[in-house]
Ligand binder design. Structure first.
Ligand code: IFM
Length: 448
């Protein structure tokens, strides 16, 4: 079923949520201001060699001070929703216990600023900035961190729950747990599979238990979790590669989707993890499967794998396909992958609704002397992915909203400031924001 190209807003439902997405550590800065505690990312950035350009998030986009102009920018695009995340160490600098009033006041102002501009707030509770104080006790590997997260959730949803009605418990547990505790490329930089899987179990558990807390404090709220998912293909039709595809899909996708949808951890993937599998207590799997209102999906690229005996627990290796279009990160550009992913999740899990909570691309943007950024590739990426979204919806996938990653260029984790994902270019020397051509197009698309 073909979609309109270029896509038109009018072809989407009138109540569709159009947004831009950001996260606290990547944009806020003010790392040591107004009582904010240290996060694992602050600490990680101090460790030599962790961040490609040696940078940190202490200033980032200075959004902590410039949020009014950033919300003005979002409003000028014509979006009706704004996804942001809350910095746990700004609210509870030690992770639990003493609440920092200035942190609460900042998010009060920010949320009020969104509402004043007609932007529906979509708040992510955890986008990776764990208080360092909790990491001293094992971070997410420690089951006590679940209790700390619930305390934090209670504090922030009590405060904002009257105005924020869309909550995302976690962003991309794959990244916070597997990349952080197993691959060692994200904070806290550990490399132990059993630890990573235990951390991941606790993250999912904290999600499940947080749902009741959020519902109690935020009447009528919609709650979900955001996963980074990938369509996975086999490099060939050989039985070996096809088996590797199933294993890789188990580790990358089903490991998260199955328990959230009441199926427990997938048996084949548990077998692959063997003794490294997480310790699960009675009632955990029921808690993880607590019904939500939507599933947040972050889609960036598909993966293709081949059998590889030394390729980790899934015994798979990613292939590098020749001749495919890629972003500057090397990620394959595949709008069709979005259709494949959404239809697959709909077919296999049928969540009530899905929301594209992130989708975007990085290119070598250049600020030209005339003050413009001609990012034709990002514009095309956006157009083609919106057309794919429309195709998926025509095929019956219930999608409620789309959030472009990201409003601004920002701190791209281990890549520092080397990767620009924004619809607006940030000149870090002056902190000026310059709308790129892709942002201009998004705003034309959104204009009624
Ligand atoms: O910048 C990240 C974001 O924090 C989580 N999802 C992927 C984005 C691009 O890498």
């Amino acid at each position: 079923m073909s979609a309109q190209y270029p896509p038109r807003r009018a072809d989407f439902p009138s109540d569709f949520r159009w947004g831009v997405s950001t996260s606290s550590f990547q944009i806020e800065g003010a790392g040591q201001e107004d009582g904010r505690g240290e996060s694992i990312w602050d600490r990680f950035c101090t460790e030599p060699g962790r961040i490609r350009d040696g940078s940190n998030g202490l200033v980032a986009c200075d959004h902590y001070h410039r949020w009014p102009q950033d919300l003005d920018l979002a409003q000028s695009l014509g979006v009706n929703a704004y996804r942001f995340s809350i910095a746990w160490p700004r609210i509870l600098p030690q992770g639990r216990g003493q609440v920092n009033p200035k942190g609460l006041e900042f998010y009060d102002r920010l949320v009020d600023g969104m509402l004043a501009r007609g932007l529906q707030p979509w708040a992510t509770l955890y986008h990776w900035d764990l208080p360092q104080a909790l990491q001293e006790h094992g971070g997410w590997k420690n089951r006590e961190t679940v209790a700390a997260y619930l305390e934090y959730t209670d504090v922030i949803t009590r405060r904002l729950g009257d105005r924020v009605k869309h909550w995302i418990t976690h962003n991309e547990p794959w990244c916070s747990c597997i990349m952080g505790y197993y691959e060692g490329v994200h904070a806290p930089g550990e490399t132990n599979l059993a630890g990573a899987l235990q951390a991941n179990h606790h993250v999912l558990l904290s999600h499940g238990h947080a749902i009741a807390v959020i519902r109690a404090n935020s009447a009528g709220a919609e709650v979900g979790i955001t996963l980074s998912l990938h369509p996975i293909a086999a490099a060939s039709t050989s039985a070996e590669d096809c088996a590797a595809q199933v294993r890789h899909d188990g580790v990358r996708n089903r490991w998260f989707l199955d328990p959230l949808h009441g199926r427990g951890y997938p048996a084949d993937t548990l077998a692959l993890f063997g003794a490294d599998a997480p310790q699960v207590q009675d009632g955990d799997m029921q808690a993880i499967a607590t019904p939500t209102d939507f599933l947040g999906v972050n889609y960036y690229f598909p993966e293709e794998v081949r059998h590889c005996e030394t390729g980790g627990p899934a015994r798979s290796a990613l292939t590098h396909k020749d001749g495919v279009e890629r972003t500057a990160f090397g990620w394959e550009v595949s709008p069709q992958g979005m259709v494949d992913l959404l239809t697959r999740v709909h077919r296999d899990y049928a969540p009530a609704r899905m929301v594209l909570t992130e989708n975007g691309s990085t290119y070598e943007d250049v600020l030209r002397p005339d003050g413009t950024v001609a990012d034709a590739e990002r514009k095309s990426y956006l157009q083609r992915h919106l057309a794919s979204l429309q195709s998926a919806m025509k095929l019956g996938v219930p999608v409620q909203g789309y959030f472009a990653w990201s409003l601004l260029d920002n701190f791209e984790w281990a890549e520092g400031y080397l990767r620009r994902f924004g619809l607006a270019y940030v000149d870090y020397a002056t902190q000026s924001r310059i709308l790129k051509d892709s942002g201009r197009w998004y705003s034309q698309f959104l204009r009624p």
